[in-house]
Write a protein that binds this ligand. Sequence first.
Ligand code: SF4
Length: 342
Amino acid sequence: MLYLTQPENLEALFPNEPPFRTRQLREWLYEHPVLATEEMTSLPSTLRTELADRLWPFVLEVEQSADAGMTRKWLFRTPDGAAIEAVLMGYARRTTLCISSQVGCALGCTFCATGQFGFERHLEAGEIVAQVAFAQAFLAGGGMKGCPSRITNIVFMGMGEPLANYARVRESIRRMIEHMGISARAITVSTVGVVPGMRRLAAEPWQVNLAVSLHAAEDALRTTLVPLNKRYPLEQVEAAAAEFFTAKHRRVSIEWTMIDGVNDSDVQAAKLAAIARRLHAHVNLIALNPTPLTPDRPARRARIEGFLGVLRREGVNATLRDTRGSDIDAACGQLRARSAGQ
Ligand code: SF4
C-alpha cells in the first residue's frame, strides 16, 4: 500500500521506473491527493491501472452525512479488519478534519464509546496520514460545497490517544508538514494527559497545538472519568501543559466534556478556572455526545450557560463547541460500535 511506505522510500517500490515517476507519484499522494489512481493524469495509464488497488490502505465502508452535507463521517476498514473513523466538518472559512490514531483505546474513559471497546492496535503513520489525504482529495474533488476546498485544521480527536502511539503519530505529522504543505499551527494533538508524550511533543521542532482533555478539576472525580489520572494526576498534567506553553509559546487548550450532574457544577467551573488561568489556556466545553454504551447524558443547556458564566467571570476565555453530526454517531467510536452491531 502506497501510504504505508515512507514518501522518501517510494523509489524502492518501483525499481524499474525513472526517479521522476516516483516524484510525480509522491506529489499525487501528498501534495494533490486524488481519490483514484485514474486521476493521476501525469502517470502512464499502465501504471495507474497497476496502482489502482494499492492507493488506500483501507476501503471506505460507511459514509454518513449530516448538517446539510457539511459534516461527513467515514468509517474505513483495513485489510486486517480494523475500523478507522474520521470526521470532516466544513464551515464558511475553514474545514476541520478529526482523525484517529489507534483502533480502539486502552485508556477506558468512562463516557467514551471508543474507550468501552478496549484497545485493538496502533494505527500506522501511513494509515493516519491516509485519512488526511482522503479528506483532502474529497474536498479538492468538490465533495463539500460552501467551505474551503482544502483542509485548514486537523485535530487528533478521533479514536485513540495519540500520545500513546507517539512514534507513528509523530511520523504522520512530519509527513503532513513536510510533504502535504500543512502548517504545524493547523494541527492539534489532543491528549487525556499522557505526561511523557506531552513532554516529548514540547521538545519537537514544530509549532503544533496541544489540547488537554481534563473533564474534571480535582483528582478524585477525574480518576472516575479518566482512569489514566491515577498514573498521571492533575498536578503532573498541569505541569507538563505549562512546560509545553513555555517551550512553544502556543496557548494550550483545555477540553471539557459536559456531563449532566457529573462535572457541570459551579464548583468544578471555579476549580477549572484556576487551572486555566495558571496555564493561560483557552477552555472548550462540549456537551457529551451520548452513546448507547453508557448511561451518561449531556449537561443541560442552562447548566452549560451557568458553567460558562463562572469561567468568564473568572477571566477565562471559554467557548462552547457545537456538537456536529449528533444525528450520525459522530462521537468517536460510535460508528465503529454500530458497525460491529453493538
Ligand atoms: S476519550 Fe480518548 S483517551 Fe479516553 S478512552 Fe476515549 S479515545 Fe481513549
